[in-house]
Design a protein around this ligand. Structure first.
Ligand SMILES: Cc1cc2nc3c(=O)[nH]c(=O)nc-3n(C[C@H](O)[C@H](O)[C@H](O)COP(=O)(O)OP(=O)(O)OC[C@H]3O[C@@H](n4cnc5c(N)ncnc54)[C@H](O)[C@@H]3O)c2cc1C
Length: 483
């Protein structure tokens, strides 16, 4: 099992944390007194590896977005579910807040926790068991860990995000969309069971048939009801190879209509679309289609090669080993790291648009965008997902048969993130005007009223679940958004 970040990076300043401390529900303490109380605890209950050094706190006060920063009082790297329970019980009795953190690839402080405790879930990263139709993993496992283990048995999760460096717990807390979502929904729709530590410190297992309310709350629950410690995920047979087509368009309407057509026809395992700035200041549109296959049964090129009369160009299909297709972002990540763009601010905005409103919305969003405001490594995506496939109650969808995931993935220069975030807010309000919903991984200030609107008819369930599973408000990431 890989060692935790904390163990490897700050072994001198991290130590085992044992605590009972004086129980207190006084949540009005200042951050510094909270910090000193965390340093001054006494012994008996083992709750994991504690880090209070400045380097570690600064890491936990940052994320992939680099747009907001909230410094915790401590970071704890749990080594077991019991240690997660210990941290939550300790925090509850002291009036401290806790945020679970996966890989920290949020863009607006979703896994930060001002003056509280950040639980670095990468301490729990084991893949326990791969069976014919499922895999049991710790929530801090990266999706690349899951793929590495499952592909050795020629199996794969039905839906993968484009990037595999996020954790299982991190994407199950938001949704998890990818090019196979048109067939299989979000990653939250492909979970068989979860182990969760609720805000009361109770360890429970849940599934569609056991503790259903908890199961429906933590999937897409943004870490507000419980900390996912272990997940049983569906697996399906993996093919050996992937044939990958890219089809270019000059016209947004044709691009969107053909994406919808490819989804309706159901011939492709992967359907996504990208919107790319052209040198002349206009935009080009690219549908990406993939078909997975075994060596013995290669796809029939004639039957598969798309008849796209309205396309400008169909690129020669690329044939890849399936594992390379799944991991296709790895090379891009290395390039972005080398160029420094990986470490720049990422004020991202993702919304799910009702299909009928997508063309007009995307057109207006692109009208306000330039290569400069998008950033040299920025990306725009738009792809359809039939909403019937999205069955996780807290993963919200617009009231339409098909939703288009529209992702405006900007990389900006340091210092300009504030204006990008306020541009996100304006665009979000325009999206709301066409009955879109946010995919809540955004660099976007959301008020309590925004969250109520976001959850819509599910708001009551959301409030009930909070009362039931986290009655003391221990698990309150995003607190800055609901003030
Ligand atoms: C390069 C890149 C590409 C991406 N591509 C996609 C994509 O293709 N599709 C897609 O859907 N998303 C994509 N995302 C978004 C990403 O999936 C989400 O931001 C995800 O939440 C990040 O996971 P993480 O492990 O980094 O979690 P974090 O950012 O650390 O946490 C995210 C949220 O989950 C909560 N959380 C984390 N772990 C747990 C746990 N164990 N139990 C309970 N709550 C927990 C946190 O408190 C927080 O609210 C991408 C992000 C990046 C940076």
């Amino acid at each position: 099992m890989p060692t935790s970040i904390c163990r490897s990076r700050c072994s001198r300043s991290c130590r085992r944390w044992s605590a009972t401390g004086t129980p207190s529900t006084d949540s009005s303490r200042t951050g510094s007194s909270r910090r000193s109380s965390i340093n001054a605890f006494d012994t008996s209950l083992s709750v994991g590896r504690l880090c209070t050094d400045e380097v570690r706190l600064a890491q936990a006060a940052d994320d992939f977005g680099h747009c907001v920063s909230a410094r915790p009082a401590a970071v704890v790297v749990p080594g077991s579910t019991a240690e997660v329970q210990g941290v939550i019980s300790y925090a509850r009795t002291r009036g401290l807040r806790v945020a679970a953190r996966g890989a920290g690839h949020s863009t607006y402080g979703q896994s930060q926790c001002a003056d509280g405790i950040v639980l670095d879930m990468t301490g729990l990263r084991a893949v326990h068991e791969v069976a014919a139709d499922r895999v049991v993993v710790d929530a801090g496992a990266l999706w690349s860990d899951v793929v590495d283990a499952s592909l050795t048995r020629r199996l794969t999760p039905p839906v993968l995000t484009d990037y595999l460096g996020t954790t299982v717990g991190g994407t199950l807390s938001v949704g998890g969309f990818g090019g196979a979502s048109h067939r299989h929904g979000a990653q939250t729709d492909n979970v068989l069971a979860l182990e969760v530590v609720t805000g009361t410190g109770t360890r429970l297992t849940c599934s569609a048939t056991e503790n259903r309310e908890l199961f429906d709350s933590v999937r897409g629950g943004l870490g507000r009801f419980g900390v996912i410690t272990r997940a049983t995920l569906s697996l399906t047979p993996a093919r050996e190879r992937t044939r990958w087509y890219r089809i270019w368009y000059d016209d947004l309407a044709f691009f969107l209509a053909d994406e919808q057509r490819f989804v309706d026809e159901g011939m492709y395992d992967h359907v996504q679309g990208r919107i790319i700035p052209a040198a002349d200041g206009t935009w080009r549109y690219r549908i990406e289609l993939a078909r997975h296959y075994t060596r013995r049964q290669p796809p029939d090129a004639a039957g598969l090669f798309p008849a796209c009369g309205r396309a400008r160009d169909v690129e020669q299909a690329e044939d890849l080993v399936h594992a390379d297709f799944i991991n296709r972002m790895a090379a891009g990540e290395s390039r972005l790291r080398a160029a420094g763009d990986w470490f720049r601010p990422h004020p991202w905005l993702n919304v799910l648009l009702p299909a009928h409103a997508t063309a007009a919305f995307v057109r207006s969003a692109l009208a306000g965008l330039t290569v400069d405001t998008l950033g040299r490594s920025g990306l725009v995506m738009a792809y359809p997902v039939p909403t019937a496939r999205l069955r996780t109650p807290f993963v919200r969808t617009p009231a339409a048969t098909t939703a288009f995931m529209f992702a405006l993935l900007r990389t900006t220069a340091p210092g300009t993130e504030r204006s990008a975030v306020s541009a996100n807010r304006s665009l979000y309000e325009r999206a709301l005007a066409v009955d879109a919903v946010a995919y809540p991984v955004n660099a976007l200030p959301m008020s309590a009223a925004d969250w109520r609107r976001h959850f819509g008819p599910r708001w009551h369930d959301f409030v009930q679940a909070k009362h039931r599973f986290d009655p003391h408000g221990v698990l309150t990431p995003l607190e800055h958004e609901t003030r």
